[in-house]
Write a protein that binds this ligand. Structure first.
Ligand code: FES
Ligand SMILES: [Fe+2]
Length: 408
């Protein structure tokens, strides 16, 4: 449970809100690389309540500017994209992918000097893991968080993103809330695991702090006395690795669009081989056809998010098709910003409590001029991996985990 003030502090991200200022210090996944085509349409990116324009230039490079033209604010979504630059259609000012400006409307003798002073807002970008990343922070730019999937060729990675109408913290809290997997996603469990692996509905949780966040293991007793272990890695501020059977990985991220909307990212990757068609199909079977916006709900509170009550009578637990969609619907049903002063948390909510305490502490540090959590240290992001596995009775799951993921 949080006070109303703490809830405001943790959830608000627009303008000068402390959480937004702190989160903008991290590298941010902005949009899918494939959404940008050389000399193609500029694309709006909305993050932390601000609108930006992203484009891919003639030479393949990507840039992100403020959406409003620095001259008089016409939207650069309307701009011409050619000749390695965006040209505003209002007065023809031209903004190069390299950040250089040209102002053909100025007299020749002062054109270059004037253009050099145009306050174009261009942000550092990077393409990795099939995603365009941007840095919107102030002061010293941190190292790029080279998570495993960002180090792989594009053939090994596929990303999907959905815009969901909830505050970003509801999204992140769902990522660390492993207790809901065996309940909300019950009818999809055959896709994730053997059914008996979820028979134990009151799993034990171990949560180990890590330099990057924490490692949460859910331990379920099996009939033969062994334990089925699912290890989720939470990486501050908005990443989680969802455990899979083999070395395949799934990373999920919750990125604030504004106070009331979040980009929910799903990344599927294979560190060893190119992703198979079957694996891509598996994801696509649960989500809509547009990888840049796979959740276009026709569902609302009024129509109960199109939940299929008939299907529920026939045994489907949630009446909702697709694991991510189940998540989005329950999160939206809580209201855009849930009132955390009215919760009643149980023992399975420990990871959520830990997450909130971590952010509150990080905000305090940030207020006092210190770097926020994880940006104060060097982290080997690429080495973070996760798995599901079994351990024999009376052994520590950590030993087996270390063996499997080769933690040095
Ligand atoms: S508003 Fe863009 S060039 Fe004038
Ligand atoms: Fe979920």
């Amino acid at each position: 449970m949080l006070t109303k003030e703490q809830n405001e502090l943790l959830t608000r991200v627009e303008g000068d809100a402390p959480m937004g200022k702190m989160l903008r210090q991290y590298w941010i996944p902005a949009l899918r690389s494939e959404a940008l085509v050389a000399d193609g349409d500029p694309v709006r990116v909305r993050l932390f309540g601000q609108n930006y324009v992203a484009f891919r230039a003639t030479n393949g490079q990507v840039a992100i500017f403020d959406e409003g033209c620095p001259h008089r604010g016409a939207s650069l979504l309307l701009a011409r994209n050619e000749d390695c630059a965006l040209t505003c259609i209002y007065h023809g000012w031209k903004f190069g992918v390299d950040g250089k400006c040209d102002v053909p409307t100025e007299p020749e003798d002062r054109r270059a000097a004037f253009a050099a002073k145009v306050p174009l807002k261009k942000y550092p970008v990077r393409e990795a893991g099939t995603i365009v990343w941007v840095w919107l922070g102030e002061g010293e730019m941190p190292d790029f968080p080279a998570l495993e999937f960002t180090t792989l060729p594009d053939t090994h990675v596929r990303s999907w993103v959905a815009q969901v109408q909830v505050n970003w913290l509801q999204g992140v809290e769902a990522l660390v809330d492993t207790a809901h997997v065996g309940v909300l996603h019950k009818s999809h469990i055959p896709l994730l695991a053997d059914e008996d692996e979820f028979d134990d509905i009151a799993p034990r949780y171990d949560i180990d702090p890590q330099p990057y966040g924490f490692r949460a293991a859910a331990l379920r007793k099996m009939k033969d006395g062994s334990e089925y272990v699912r290890v989720t890695e939470y990486i501050a501020p908005w990443y989680a690795y969802i455990p899979q059977r083999g070395p395949n990985g799934v990373c999920v991220m919750s990125i604030p669009i504004d106070d009331y909307n979040v980009n929910q990212w799903y990344i599927s990757f294979d560190p060893i081989n190119p992703l198979t068609k079957d694996r891509v199909k598996f994801f696509e079977s649960m989500i809509g056809p547009d990888p840049n916006s796979f959740y276009n709900p026709k569902g609302t509170f009024e129509n109960r998010w199109l939940q299929d009550r008939e299907l529920m009578k026939q045994g489907h637990f949630s009446g909702v098709h697709g694991i991510p969609i189940e998540d989005f619907i329950v999160q939206e049903s809580m209201g855009s910003i849930v009132d955390r002063s009215k919760e009643f948390l149980g023992s399975t909510d420990e990871a959520i409590g830990r997450l909130r305490r971590m952010f509150l502490k990080s905000l305090e540090n940030f207020k006092n001029g210190k770097p926020p959590v994880t940006l104060d240290k060097k982290i080997d992001y690429a080495s973070i991996k996760t798995r599901t596995f079994y351990t024999p009775p009376n052994t520590d799951w950590r030993d087996k985990f270390k063996e499997i993921v080769e933690i040095k």
